[in-house]
Design a protein around this ligand. Structure first.
Ligand code: SF4
Length: 336
């Protein structure tokens, strides 16, 4: 509804101006989509949750407008937490017992990657407040070649704040994990500094152990994926195409009422239509018929063709297979 106060350099949604939809716009979206769904759910954010001052009213309104309402996720607004004393107690009242915060290293690196000075201080303050209100902080770490040498700062912060012990004391569990994220939106711009296999040993032991625990994996290679070179070898004769439609699709409505499927960054080639101009029925039909340019390419162009055209066979950068496919598909649509 209101966008996001941050401009994270890893944000898979890209960096677009904030929109400012209002409550009437939410009701309009519900009137449009609800008749088309077996079970309808409406939410009021696709960027920072609870960024708008009226987050409590919007939560209530979306509850009323939905057939089902998923409980509040572990995602939260540290911007709001640092400014609104009611916010964390409200999260607790919604049943939230774990909240995720993202760090990139120490203060300078975190501020740089969140895209806002003061972000690190707000995150640290939020961790304290969460614990005071019996909510366990969960630390997500995005890692690339630029910040990998600073990960020890995050371990140090966790130790200095006794997060393991304090989470246990409130009956919770301290979770911390590192990953690279997908390679779309703003994160695609970090392609050049994605990790290569020799970087994995630089991840500090404590963070590595907690990462394996979080993802239920035996080795960091399983978490960080395969090299681009190896993935290309696998894909060179793969003539398959991918149908991205889901039985319970999620649609994003941006500040201009343009609608996108929840698959990758809201780039023009994913656009399904405009809710005001086209209406939900046409948008749903475009989705079901794979008519956005990206969905269409995904079901008509064999992956080996995209890989041959765009893959870098010398690259040792690490990717999860699904993230690499989306990276290829986005580039294919943009560059064809
Ligand atoms: S990653 Fe989240 S907090 Fe950062 S810019 Fe994107 S939506 Fe905002």
């Amino acid at each position: 509804m209101k966008g996001c106060p941050n401009r994270c350099r890893h944000c898979w949604l890209g960096a677009y101006p904030n929109g400012n939809l209002n409550e009437e716009d939410l009701k309009f979206a519900a009137r449009q989509f609800k008749p088309l769904a077996n079970s309808f759910e409406l939410d009021f954010w696709y960027r920072e949750p609870d960024f708008g001052d009226n987050y409590k009213e919007l939560w209530k309104l979306t509850e009323e407008l939905s057939d089902v309402k998923t409980p509040h996720f572990e995602l939260m607004s540290f911007w709001r937490a640092a400014r609104d004393k009611d916010y964390i107690p409200w999260l607790y009242s919604q049943g939230v017992r774990n909240c995720q915060l993202t760090l990139f290293g120490g203060e300078e690196k975190t501020d740089f990657y969140v895209g806002r000075k003061g972000a690190y201080g707000e995150i640290v303050k939020t961790i304290e407040m969460l614990l005071e209100h019996k909510i366990s902080p969960r630390i997500q770490v995005f890692v690339n070649k630029d910040n990998i040498d600073e990960l020890c700062e995050i371990e140090r912060l966790a130790a200095d704040m006794s997060l393991e012990k304090r989470c246990e004391e409130i009956g919770g569990r301290f979770v911390m994990f590192a990953h690279q994220g997908s390679c779309d939106g703003e994160n695609e711009k970090l392609y050049d500094i994605r990790l290569t296999p020799e970087d994995l040993k630089k991840i500090p032991a404590g963070l590595a152990e907690k990462t394996l625990e979080h993802f239920g994996k035996q080795s960091l290679n399983e978490v960080f994926g395969e090299t681009e070179r190896d993935l290309l070898l696998k894909l060179e004769n793969d003539g398959s195409v991918t149908d991205l439609r889901e039985s319970s699709p999620v649609f994003y409505i941006d500040g201009n009422f343009d609608v996108y499927p929840n698959i990758s960054a809201p780039e023009p080639f994913w656009r399904l239509g405009n809710l005001k101009n086209d209406g939900a029925e046409k948008i749903a039909e475009n989705y079901l018929e794979n008519r956005s340019a990206a969905q269409n390419a995904s079901v008509t162009v064999p992956v080996c063709e995209m890989a041959k055209k765009l893959g870098n066979t010398d690259s040792m950068r690490l990717f999860a297979e699904g993230d690499y496919f989306e990276y290829l598909l986005n580039r294919y649509c943009r560059e064809k």
